[in-house]
Design a protein around this ligand. Structure first.
Ligand SMILES: *[C@@H]1O[C@H](CO)[C@@H](O)[C@H](O)[C@H]1NC(C)=O
Ligand SMILES: *[C@@H]1O[C@H](CO)[C@@H](O)[C@H](O)[C@H]1NC(C)=O
Ligand SMILES: *[C@@H]1O[C@H](CO)[C@@H](O)[C@H](O)[C@H]1NC(C)=O
Length: 601
């Protein structure tokens, strides 16, 4: 049995035992602490020089204030009622993607599969429960190759040996699925080498050097190609539609690979223009030449100049006329269209075609085409309707990927980097000894309890410049971070992507497009204040965080005292283990560190 570090103190936040018992408990905890060495597992302020008596006094004060807080909760001072667990039908619930409800609301022609938050907006606050046989994912990197079959919702035929290689699953033991068969790895490596060869590189290990830092993988299969790209130090993010069963996004995230629900139907993806160096689609199910090339224009929007669109498709062969099939040749309509938007067909081999977006902006004025250039420059386009125009060189960020040196200006976020470096030292150490086995142990530290490397999928819900991500990488943590830039906050997302990180825009008044239990750690600095200024509900936000966090996952909120106190009350109600930490630097900034329990009684 694991006993989390904070249990020693925050046992008082369990599901409401009698008050007398609690008081006794608090007192005995305080006494116990005084007796113990002031060991680091309870030294929230990592100021090791703090005198023992000082620590004792602070802890005692904290215990008293916790007790008062608890009393006010139990005497009904709080507004929300006893929270309930959702029904079994919501185990894999993703709000905004209820197809039945969308159809009822009148969406059709494929738009019922689109994201419609206004339709499934329900005020029922219930906690999404885990499937009966849910298990904590295996640690990275083991968890990349073996997952628990009870954690993902799969259809039976996905296990059969029929189907394409990338779509086949291997059930190794009755409750585990393995992805890493040697056959598959060889296939993926060959494929990756083929792409490298086609864009003129000696090897796929040169992708990064050739400017391929950010890759958008549309329809990620089960993430094998993505996983390979990550091993080559390119940041690959998978985007795939919501699926009721056998979701590619759910599987990728379960394997610790970046993924998000999104589709090509009627809206733009929540990424800025000019954000990807490569967009990849291998039998991703999108018919690219329908809707007058609208989907290709969306790819063009996201691609950087000099970036690649890689399309691998068996279907493409059939586009030639059936009496005169052009062997190995893509649909003439896609071919013609790509010229109109200034893409060059670089190479074609077997079923793979690679286009390159032009690096020569004069192409846009000289081309003969009825496709218009968009008006207006860099706008934050959050789920806007797909655009019938292309942006051309209409941006300050129009900088060929092969010429990236002038891309990110470190001075833009110098202060932010400094802040995060010191934050990491100051408060990340609260969690590090326990969740990262590689953290240097301070004298007197307890050994971290196994299992190690319990955190892989991290979400920074209000990422600013991506400073947390950078600090984690600098400290060599084997995590990836979904950097979320809230709509209405300073639009730093282009900069985050230019740093080679993963990121999306999101409106935190709405649910996040991911499956339940897909993140190990949620971090948010200043988000509570932000959503209050946007007029959204903190209760909605915390329930949503509970949904997307896996059992035993961590939450770190940093904000002003007021919002933190309110969040702590709510956290207690939804039965997170919660603790407020005073950074003791004289500001009213506080941390709220929580853990979602495995089982709620
Ligand atoms: C989806 O919408 C339908 C119709 O409004 C509703 O009956 C059903 O409960 C919803 N499903 C979920 C999982 O919320
Ligand atoms: C790369 O940048 C340099 C300096 O800004 C510029 O002179 C050169 O033309 C650029 N190359 C390309 C391919 O855009
Ligand atoms: C105290 O720390 C917080 C968070 O690390 C920071 O935002 C704040 O500026 C600091 N205040 C002072 C007075 O140093």
């Amino acid at each position: 049995m694991r006993s989390p570090w904070y249990k020693k103190l925050s046992i008082v936040f369990g599901p409401r035992p009698p008050l007398n018992w609690l008081l006794l408990c608090i007192v005995s905890v305080v006494v116990l602490i005084a007796l113990l060495e002031s060991s680091s597992s309870i030294a929230f302020n990592s100021v090791t020089s703090t005198a023992k008596s000082d620590t004792y006094r602070k802890l005692k004060e904290q215990a008293v204030s916790d007790y008062q807080e608890l009393r006010s909760v139990s005497t009904g001072a709080s507004k929300i009622q006893e929270v309930v667990l959702c029904g079994k039908d919501r185990e894999n619930y993703v709000p905004c993607y209820n197809v039945t409800a969308n159809l009822l609301a009148g969406f059709k022609d494929g738009e019922e599969f689109d994201r419609h938050c206004e339709v499934s907006r329900d005020r029922q606050h219930c906690l999404v429960r885990s499937p009966k046989d849910y298990k904590i994912p295996l640690n990275w990197p083991t968890g990349r190759d073996v997952i628990w079959s009870g954690n993902v919702k799969l259809s039976k035929d996905q296990f059969l040996s029929s189907g394409t290689r990338t779509k086949r699953l291997k059930l190794v033991e009755e409750n585990q699925i393995a992805f890493h068969s040697d056959d598959e790895t060889d296939d993926i490596k060959d494929y990756s080498h083929l792409i490298a060869d086609m864009i003129g590189l000696a090897s796929d290990t040169d992708f990064n050097q050739a400017g391929v830092h950010n890759v958008l993988d549309i329809g990620c299969g089960f993430g094998s190609f993505e996983s390979h790209l990550l091993s080559l130090n390119s940041m690959a993010v998978c985007v795939a539609p919501y699926e009721l069963m056998g979701s590619q996004v759910q599987l990728a995230l379960e394997r610790g690979l970046p993924a998000i629900i999104g589709n090509f139907i009627s809206r733009q993806l929540p990424f800025p223009s000019l954000s990807y160096d490569m967009v990849h689609c291998a039998q991703c199910g999108i018919v690219w030449d329908q809707k007058d090339g609208l989907f290709l224009m969306e790819v063009d929007r996201m691609l950087k100049p000099g970036g690649y669109f890689v399309l691998t498709s068996q279907i493409s062969r059939q586009y030639g006329t059936s009496t005169n099939p052009k062997k190995g040749s893509i649909s003439t309509s896609i071919e013609e269209f790509s010229q109109k938007i200034c893409w060059n067909l670089l190479a074609e081999q077997e079923e793979t075609f690679i286009w390159q977006k032009t690096t020569d902006d004069s192409c846009y004025t000289s081309r003969k085409s009825n496709i218009l250039l968009c008006k207006g420059g860099d706008v934050q386009s959050y789920y806007q309707p797909l655009s019938h125009c292309i942006s051309g060189k209409n941006s300050k960020r129009w900088n060929p990927i092969q010429n990236r040196s002038s891309g990110v200006n470190p001075e833009d976020f110098f202060e932010d980097s400094e802040f995060w470096r010191s934050s990491l030292r100051n408060y990340w150490s609260l969690l590090s000894p326990l969740i990262f086995s590689d953290h240097p142990k301070r004298p007197g530290d307890e050994d971290p309890l196994p299992p190690y490397n319990m955190v892989r999928n991290v979400m920074d819900m209000n990422a600013h410049f991506g400073g947390l991500n950078a600090a984690l990488l600098e400290a060599w943590k084997s995590v990836w971070v979904m950097n979320v830039v809230p709509v209405g906050a300073q639009n730093t997302l282009p900069l985050i992507l230019d740093r080679g990180f993963a990121g999306v825009w999101h409106d935190w008044c709405e649910p996040f497009p991911t499956y339940p239990r897909t993140y190990d750690l949620l971090h948010a600095n200043g988000l509570l204040s932000h959503i209050a200024s946007e007029g959204c509900s903190m209760i909605d936000l915390l329930f949503e965080m509970d949904r997307i966090l896996r059992p035993e996952g961590w939450i770190v909120l940093s904000d002003k005292l007021g919002p933190i106190e309110k969040a702590r009350m709510l956290a207690t109600q939804i039965r997170w283990e919660a603790r407020v930490i005073d950074l003791q630097n004289g500001s009213d900034q506080r941390l709220l560190v929580c853990q979602k329990p495995f089982v709620r009684k």
